[in-house]
Design a protein around this ligand. Structure first.
Ligand code: ADP
Length: 622
């Protein structure tokens, strides 16, 4: 794909600020504050997808499972050896207890080693998994069709690549093992306790119902709250990104206070959900601790009576006390890790949601590649509607022979941008067709089609890099000499050489540091280097100083020479020079012809020109 196109969406969007209603609708679609419909939660489906990732590392995974089994066995063995050692010391009064003490030391060393190994191996698996997920997600995002992005905030998507994947990573690193080993320990501990003293085991279990009910309530609350927190965070990220990248518009419309107020509102939502999520989940260890102590008191009290009656030994009470602690700890861990796991599953689900989106429809099998394009373009009865909207373009027909220029004129919302998006196949017509050199554009491979086009937009996209690299974006294998030649033709060479580092001057991501007019000149140089057959020009509405303006006009004349050009025109001068003027209103052509023909026609165009000429600029918002 012609690289500039990857970023086309922004200029299209920023070309006109959203009005309140549109912004709200966009917000809703992006899952912003007004989103009330919770996304269908498919826990088992998500886990299955996760499993497909993990199974790639089955060898390591098996090793982790073995280590978890061993470490659980060692942690069951430890207290047993301690109790037996005590009985040897107190009852048998022989030196046998030393053997058990040494055994205990060995068991605890092995326990640590197995814990360490399982953790290291699991971290390896998790990092490799999230690495793959990140790559897949990023690649997929770049293959999604433009309509997908126009419905979502950038920040919200960014949050999926960063926050959500990070959650998955954190959870895979530790929670998965913890949940697994906690379950094992739980089963193991209860079995050993039952075999030692069923009665004491039952007494220990008295606290279980309180524990289970308490935890159930807490996890239910926190699960909901963590999800809300994550959603609010995604929303805030989206908002920050949007307002920062649209900062000029915010300032230009003096919307700073509104933006700050809306930010505070979102920030407040995070504070509230974060406060409750943390507070309630922080309650878990305290509840567990209290119940632990209660269970210990029961065992110590009742156990003492049993010892006095010679029903059990002191060693058994020690084993019990230790096991009852071991029994509540996995419950505790389960409750803690369950939340992390839930938020990771929610994160993974959001990632899989994006991965499950259909990519830009691949080209038809029979799609062709055009080697050379002369530049004849025919819009033949083109009709188009955005998803869920009434038709935006109605039966539009016009023809351009190679090298001709068409000026698209009409009020905001008339459908000029949409026509361009149809031309470069961000969308395809619902009926009718667009013919390029006689070929239906749907039958031309998208990448090939776009490689024959270049764009010079109102607010040209410049990325962080040198001027040289920014111009070379038009043709990646261009030599320095070619870049300079293009800059000369674009009237950009003289201002570039006046800069301290000339072509090696590094531009900031927002292009600040050079003027709006100079940005335009760079965009023209980039387009000249790309040498397309079809040119799209979205004329700047902002006023640029007269000298630069003349340079831009001159450079544009050179650029448009011999190329078929679509100009979303605002300047009367440009419009007058166009071979054809297409006047659009509500998605339909209301007038079509040359400047003089349309003036003679005395219709919409002539009233526009006569009534609304301001500084040579046609006021298109009327
Ligand atoms: P112009 O460029 O002439 O100002 P557009 O082509 O941008 O007009 O818009 C034409 C109509 O299509 C407008 O009513 C606009 O709200 C609608 N529109 C533009 N983009 C989208 C979109 N991505 N989804 C839905 N409707 C859209």
């Amino acid at each position: 794909m012609y690289p500039v196109l990857k970023h086309l969406k922004e200029p299209f969007q920023y070309a006109k600020p959203l009005d309140g209603k549109e912004a709200k609708a966009k917000d809703q679609m992006a899952g912003g504050p007004a989103r009330s419909k919770p996304r269908a939660k498919n826990m088992s489906g998500t886990l299955k997808q996760m499993w497909n990732y993990l199974i790639e590392y089955k060898g390591k995974l098996a090793a982790v499972i073995i280590m978890v089994l061993l470490s659980s066995a060692f942690s069951l063995l430890g207290p047993y050896l301690a109790g037996t050692a005590i009985d040897h010391f107190l009852i048998n009064r022989d030196s046998g207890f030393i053997v058990f003490l040494i055994g205990m030391a060995i068991v605890y060393v092995f326990h640590s080693v197995t814990m360490w190994l399982q953790s290291i191996w699991m971290i390896t698996i998790s990092q490799k998994t999230v690495y793959r997920m990140r790559v897949q997600l990023f690649e997929h995002l770049h293959r999604l069709p433009i309509p997908y992005f126009s419905k979502r905030q950038h920040g919200e998507l960014m949050s999926r690549v960063t926050n959500d994947i990070e959650n998955v990573s954190a959870s895979l690193n530790s929670s998965v093992i913890q949940v697994f080993s906690s379950m094992l320990l739980l089963v193991g501990t209860v079995s050993v306790m039952l075999s030692l003293s069923p009665l004491l085991t039952l007494l220990t279990f008295l606290v279980v119902p309180i524990m289970v009910l308490g935890m159930k309530w807490i996890t239910k609350q926190t699960g909901r709250l963590f999800k809300a927190q994550q959603r609010n965070l995604g929303d805030l990220n989206g908002y920050i990104e949007e307002t920062l990248s649209g900062q000029r518009i915010v300032k230009a419309f003096s919307q700073e206070q509104t933006v700050i107020a809306a930010f505070k509102e979102r920030n407040e939502r995070i504070r509230v959900s974060g406060f409750w999520a943390q507070t309630i989940s922080g309650f878990i260890p305290k509840l567990m601790n209290a119940l632990n102590n209660l269970s210990f008191a029961i065992i110590a009290g009742i156990g003492a009576i049993f010892v006095l009656n010679d029903q059990i030994t002191v060693g058994t009470i020690i084993i019990f006390a230790e096991y009852s602690r071991q029994f509540t700890r996995p419950l505790n861990d389960l409750a803690n890790q369950w939340n992390t796991l839930l938020s990771a599953v929610a994160g993974a689900e959001r990632v899989f949601d994006v991965l499950g989106e259909d990519e830009e429809r691949s080209d038809e099998g029979s799609a062709i590649e055009l080697g050379e394009v002369k530049g004849s373009v025919i819009f033949d009865q083109v009709t188009f509607a955005y998803e869920g909207r009434a038709s935006t373009i109605n039966d539009v027909s016009f023809e351009l022979t190679p090298g001709e220029t068409v000026a698209l004129v009409g009020p905001t919302g008339a459908g000029k941008t949409t026509l361009i998006q149809l031309l470069c196949r961000f969308y395809d017509p619902s009926s009718g067709s667009i013919l390029i050199d006689g070929h239906d554009s749907r039958m031309i491979k998208r990448e090939n089609l776009r490689s024959h086009m270049a764009f010079v937009l109102q607010d040209p996209f410049l990325f962080e890099g040198t001027i040289n690299e920014n111009i070379r974006y038009g043709k990646l294998d261009a030599t320095d000499a070619e870049v300079e030649e293009a800059a000369k033709l674009a009237n950009a060479h003289s201002f570039i050489t006046r800069l301290k580092s000339s072509y090696n001057t590094v531009l900031k991501p927002d292009g600040s540091g050079i003027s709006q007019g100079q940005k335009q000149l760079l965009a023209i140089a980039r387009a000249i280097l790309a040498n397309p057959s079809i040119l799209v020009l979205d004329e700047a509405t902002s006023s640029i100083d007269t000298v630069t303006e003349i340079k831009i006009q001159e450079a544009l004349q050179r650029l448009m020479q011999g190329r078929t050009s679509f100009v979303i025109a605002h300047r009367l001068n440009t419009i007058q020079q166009a071979d054809q003027i297409v006047v659009l209103q509500d998605g339909a052509i209301i007038e079509k012809g040359s400047h003089s023909q349309l003036l003679a026609h005395q219709g919409f165009y002539s009233s526009l020109v006569n009534g609304q000429l301001r500084n040579g600029m046609l006021n298109e918002t009327s």
